[in-house]
Design a protein around this ligand. Sequence first.
Ligand code: ZN
Length: 343
Amino acid sequence: MRAVAMEARGGPEVLKPMEMPTPEPGPKEVRIRVRAAALNHLDIWVRKGVASPRLPLPHILGADASGVVEAVGPGVTAFAPGDEVVVNPGLSCGHCERCLAGEDNLCPHYGILGEHRHGAYAEYLVVPEVNLLKKPQNLSFEEAAAIPLTFLTAWQMVVDKLQVRPGDDVLVMAAGSGVSVAAIQIAKLFGGRVIATAGSEEKLRKALELGADEAVNYTHPDWFKEVRRLTGGKGADKVVDHTGALYFEGVIKATASGGRIAIAGASSGYEGTLPFAHVFFRQLAILGSTMASKSRLFPILRMVEAGKLKPVLGQVLPLEAASEGHRLLEERRVFGKVVLRVD
Ligand code: ZN
């Protein structure tokens, strides 16, 4: 089959179009003819070898996919060839205490498609049957592929960790990123007043168009003071962050006393300084967050189907241009998702 695989760890140039063996579905697995695959920052971490550095090569990246069921393995009951599907990227054992509690993203065997097994930058993809959902009728394949990883990540942050409620001031950092595009919409859905940050006027304008109530340029050194001003001096009650070391002190100062900060990444650097006095004296809660339970994709897709959440496509490229897609994502030149079309 046609695929784009990484043949070494390094820059976008290590992604090469190549022939790879077509995977066969095992018991309770399904083979999909991929129609679209979305890029995530996770793909960049794996490509660089920061995540999963011992992964055998060549490796096919890609956590997010949509497509059409093409073949099913023994014991598959819920899907048949011809079904249009969207893929849930979380992989877990399905049997342990965490999985049975609906906390499959805390399973000791938890993995992510495209990181821990071959992913979606290919003509065909094999996944467990439990990782499939029907594609929402009102979405194209490109739009459907743009949903799972970022909406799952944002849903756990906004709904489960931060517990956003009507009237909360919700700060969403780096509004142009896939997770933040989802977080702005989910926070609005749950009644929050959203203050989004971004680094350019164009991204600030797009954040407002997407539903953010206020937009703050975080390239200004005093950006956190603007967040405090917009909240009558108190700061944000809830914060969605994945920006890392460079902005962390500002994030702490932009958060209201008793506020909650959910962190799902650290794009600008993994090591920062924690101002302890702010954390204990102002009683802040800092909550780590990775992905979400697979179950959360069900309400997300219902909300998408009802038109209450929508994917935002920043750029659609052919599969063979995956390395160009990585450059766009890494240099933050897009607002929303970069999606590969697999013709
Ligand atoms: Zn498990």
